[in-house]
Design a protein around this ligand. Structure first.
Ligand SMILES: Nc1nc2c(ncn2[C@@H]2O[C@H](COP(=O)(O)OP(=O)(O)OP(=O)(O)O)[C@@H](O)[C@H]2O)c(=O)[nH]1
Ligand SMILES: [Zn+2]
Length: 209
């Protein structure tokens, strides 16, 4: 990644923001400060390479800032050979970081849509989850962003997105409740208007695996 001012692609419905990326040296110095804040000595043998490793790990955790939903969903197969029923990809695993504590939340996303003018490659739905998961997030925003991006790119008859996750900020710290899971869902089109369609989605999610 370059140490320059970049326009980051954010979600399709958020205006691009100019964010001044610090230099790698500045990022590593910030990690050294946090190591000292934790109570350790960043100059001891075991920690000497840690700022460099953490900066690189951040590039992976947050690579979604350099990607856009538009790029991922740009190839639409308009020819669906008569198929106009539900497409459901369930159990897409993801790891994200909550924007409040920069601590992971980990779970699965389930995405369904009714094609109208075309479909996308199935892997693109999993890539779309990655684009949004690899940013600082709330689970609600991530769920809404996935649904909105599919709506925008495919103009389907409807989209249903459900996300289930465990938030480490609730298990490792704070209220310290291990094992609770949070479920969020966003519906559009026929799913939003029609309770029977929502029920169909839930039934398919619970179905045989
Ligand atoms: N709605 C929502 N809340 C989240 C998510 N991730 C973390 N949080 C919550 O964000 C809240 C932040 O609350 P604050 O009171 O500002 O911060 P805090 O003192 O660290 O809160 P505690 O976690 O209760 O100790 C907490 O209740 C978290 O559980 C998320 O994806 N969605
Ligand atoms: Zn949190």
């Amino acid at each position: 990644m370059d140490d320059v001012v970049k326009t980051f692609p954010l979600s399709s419905f958020e205006p691009p923001r100019k964010i001044e990326r610090p230099s790698r040296e500045e990022a590593e110095a910030a990690v050294r400060t946090l190591l000292r804040w934790a109570g350790d000595d960043p100059d001891r043998e075991g920690l000497r390479e840690t700022p460099r490793r953490v900066a690189r790990a951040y590039e992976e955790f947050f690579k979604g800032y350099l990607e856009s939903a538009e790029d991922v969903l740009s190839t639409v197969f308009e020819e669906v050979e008569g198929y106009d029923d539900l497409v459901l990809v369930r159990d897409i695993p993801f790891t994200s970081h909550c924007e409040h504590h920069v601590v992971p939340f980990v779970g699965k996303a389930h995405i369904a849509y009714y094609p109208l003018a075309g479909v996308v490659g199935l892997s693109k739905l999993a890539r779309l989850v990655e684009v949004f998961a690899r940013r600082l997030q709330t689970q609600e925003a991530m769920t809404a962003q996935i649904a909105a991006a599919i709506d925008e790119a495919l103009a389907p008859r409807g989209v249903a997105v459900m996300v289930e996750a465990e938030h480490m900020c609730m298990s490792m710290r704070g209220v310290q409740k291990q094992g609770s899971s949070t479920v969020t869902m966003q519906f559009s089109g026929v799913f939003r208007d029609n309770a029977a369609e929502q029920a169909h989605f839930y039934t398919l999610l619970r179905g045989a695996r």
